[in-house]
Design a binder for this molecule. Structure first.
Ligand code: SIN
Length: 315
């Protein structure tokens, strides 16, 4: 039995452990459930779902890069009705804590999605993905525009009322991330998810043309971890009470602790689970052992630790 309180919160949602799937990397958890109990991790963040079924971008949709990968999926998914009919019951059966991620092309589409999810019991929180880089044009990346970000979150908040926590998923590809974060909080977000993938590109050296069917893609994996740490640190410094679901290249317990010390209240693991389907429980155990070894009695005490003034030696 451990002396560590490993629980965490995002808004008014409580989780017994801080390691979550990352949206888009585990769909609704069926594949990972062959390897571990979905109830044993903090929560399952589902693939961002849109109002209609969507086939996504042309292939190829993935490219390996040094210490990372690019994806250009383009929000492929079954649409909200099929998701509600099949995926929510499955996750409830697994006793998983569910964070539903939604994505839209308009402010109204986000509100429609929120309306369909409102009142479904067993959902812990809503991740509002306003930062998918794999869209037709940069104008659709709401999170790159403070005004558009606010309008989406405001529409979702008005639709779902005050109960369900909203986690706004933001992009690191902006000049002033803190400004965007403040805007979504003012509009009703209870937490932010940092960071979505970083816009990137690979040229195929045989054809001398873009490798990905969608030309650009989102970079994930260890290559982006320092960007995630910087983003989390900046937002926590400016808004220390705002819970952050951190993500970006976490592959072991030490990486997770880095994000937590920067200011994350919970950590999503995505790319690492493609190479190792048991990465999530392994990282969760490593994190717990590390916290105990460092003398913490609760995860909460480690959140934002990097912001504390250094103790000076008076002798
Ligand atoms: C995608 O489906 O293209 C990825 C989603 C995202 O990065 O938000």
């Amino acid at each position: 039995m451990t002396a560590l309180d490993f629980s965490t919160t995002l808004g008014n949602a409580w989780f017994p452990a801080p390691i979550f799937t990352a949206s888009g990397c585990a769909s609704s958890g069926r594949e990972l459930a062959q390897f571990f109990d979905l109830n044993s991790i903090g929560g399952v963040v589902t693939k961002s779902v849109m109002s209609k079924q969507r086939h996504g971008r042309p292939t190829p949709r993935m490219a390996e890069t040094p210490s990372g990968m690019l994806n250009s999926i383009g929000l492929q998914g079954p649409g909200i009705d099929a998701f509600i009919a099949k995926d929510i019951p499955y996750l409830l059966e697994q006793k998983a804590r569910i964070i539903v991620s939604i994505a839209g092309e308009t402010v109204e589409e986000y509100a429609t999605l929120a309306r369909k999810l409102r009142g479904i019991s067993g959902i812990s929180a809503l991740e509002v993905n306003i930062s998918c880089p794999n869209v037709e044009n940069r104008g659709l990346v709401f999170a790159c525009d403070p005004d558009a970000s606010r309008r989406v979150i405001d529409g979702v908040r008005r639709t779902i009322g005050g109960e369900l926590p909203i986690i706004a998923k933001l992009s690191p590809d902006v000049t002033d991330l803190v400004h965007i974060a403040r805007g979504v909080v003012d509009a009703g977000a209870d937490a932010v998810a940092l960071i979505n993938t970083v816009l990137g590109m690979v040229i195929n050296i045989q054809t001398l043309r873009p490798h990905l069917g969608g030309k650009t893609g989102g970079l994930s994996g260890p290559a982006i971890r320092p960007i995630a740490v910087r983003a989390i640190y900046q937002v926590h410094a400016a808004l220390p009470k705002l819970p952050i679901l951190g993500m970006g290249g976490v592959a072991c317990g030490r990486d997770a602790l880095e994000l937590i010390a920067a200011g994350a209240s919970a950590v999503s693991v995505g790319t690492a689970s493609f190479g190792n389907p048991t990465a999530l429980p392994t990282i969760q155990n490593e994190l717990m052992e590390l916290l105990i070894a460092k003398g913490f009695s609760s995860l909460r005490d480690a959140i934002g630790y990097a912001h504390r003034p250094e103790e000076t030696d008076d002798n």
